[in-house]
Design a binder for this molecule. Structure first.
Ligand SMILES: Nc1ncnc2c1ncn2[C@@H]1O[C@H](COP(=O)(O)OP(=O)(O)O)[C@@H](O)[C@H]1O
Ligand SMILES: [Mg+2]
Length: 359
């Protein structure tokens, strides 16, 4: 079942096209993240679904019903924002009970539900405190509780963890994720943080300048980006620009500043003469001594080791070629790097299979 459907929905603010006409479907029970840089239209898209912004064109359907012209209160969804928007003069109990009071539930039922939801967010003992007597993470949990207490089938989250420090943010990501699984609720989350999107989502909708660049599972988006923007936004990517010089048997050779490089023919094809970019992820690249020869199915590039950084369990190599192209390679940290010195000539080697060509 489809929970949310956007049909050619767009939004313009004067001369600014905040959102180009887009189509999007969110299935019931799915956790979808809108990911993209600041200004890419994420909040606009979320607000169009919430009903706080009206579309310039198109239709918004929730549970199959056309709600394009319905006010937010009629859409039966919950919203959680970065600034917790808790009412400071009310206790935690009163804050969470508020949406139930608005819905005129009987008092004993309100008490039971608030207690249940405080258990669920693992803050059973703070009911009588005021928001300012809680930490940022606790306040964010309370605002989440206030949203889930009336069981909305759809929850929209706009950078809900943006104000928290890294440790707490990571912890909350997992908590929201398990709440999502426990409640079976549909969640649509907005973030500019790729790690958050990768951690939490069933599906990521990558946005760029008011358009959907790509939508895919986290694993697909990382391993098969459809554009340089997508490859570069998610994770680290070595990007090598060039021109296709030949194509045969499913392989192409790309003439680049660092020499000819082999890669698989992309799905879209690539005829000789076309400009293309080769994407190689850092973990696909092995850094070896300059006198090590590549195997037949490998691609090799020569350079100088500029830096070798130990990031706990991983090692990161920074290598520059004679022509000035910088590469990043990343490997598990083990003892083999002991003979690697800054300034020494090295070879970057990757399986031709691991390079991805984008036209
Ligand atoms: N109320 C508004 N008035 C004018 N321009 C707006 C308004 N809201 C958003 N925009 C513009 O629309 C674009 C997308 O904004 P937004 O959806 O907030 O992006 P994001 O949430 O991805 O950072 C931006 O260029 C922004 O300046
Ligand atoms: Mg925003």
């Amino acid at each position: 079942m489809i929970m949310v459907e956007l049909q050619q929905v767009s939004r313009r603010y004067g001369a600014v096209q905040a959102l180009a006409p887009i189509d999007l479907q969110v299935r019931k029970g799915e956790f979808v993240t809108l990911l993209g840089p600041s200004g890419s239209g994420k909040t606009t898209l979320l607000n169009l679904i919430a009903g706080t912004v009206a579309p310039s064109t198109g239709r918004v359907l929730i549970r199959g019903e056309d709600v394009t012209h319905s006010p937010p209160s009629r859409r039966e969804l919950g919203m959680v924002f970065q600034n917790y928007a808790l009412m400071p003069h009310m206790t935690v109990f009163e804050n969470i009970a508020f949406p139930l009071r608005v819905r005129r539930l009987p008092k004993p039922e309100i008490e039971r539900k608030v207690r249940e939801v405080l258990e669920l967010i693992r803050l059973p003992d703070v009911a009588q405190r005021r928001p300012r007597e809680l930490s940022g993470g606790q306040q964010q949990r309370v605002s989440l509780a206030r949203c889930i207490v009336y069981n909305p089938a759809l929850i929209l989250l706009d950078e809900p963890l943006g104000a928290l420090d890294k440790k707490l943010r990571e912890h909350m990501q997992l908590e929201i994720r398990s709440l999502h699984a426990e409640l079976g609720v549909t969640m649509l989350n907005v973030t500019h943080d790729q790690d958050e999107a990768l951690t939490m989502s069933d599906r990521i909708v990558l946005m760029n300048e008011g358009r959907i660049e790509q939508q895919a599972t986290p694993a697909q988006l990382y391993s098969a980006p459809v554009s340089v923007f997508a490859a570069d936004f998610l994770g680290t990517a070595n990007l090598i620009a060039g021109e296709v010089s030949e194509q045969s048997d499913g392989w192409v050779t790309l003439a680049t500043q660092v020499g000819p490089l082999r890669a698989r023919v992309p799905a879209a094809g690539a005829s000789p003469g076309t400009r293309a970019t080769l994407v190689v992820r850092p973990e696909a690249i092995d850094v070896v001594r300059g006198d090590t020869l590549p195997l037949a199915d490998q691609v090799a590039v020569e350079g100088t080791l500029r830096d070798l950084i130990v990031l706990g369990s991983v090692l990161r190599y920074h290598v520059r070629t004679a022509g000035g192209q910088d590469f990043v390679a990343q490997q598990q940290n083990h003892r083999r790097h002991a003979d690697m010195q800054r300034g020494m000539p090295v070879r970057l080697i990757w399986a031709a299979e691991d390079g991805q060509l984008l036209a």
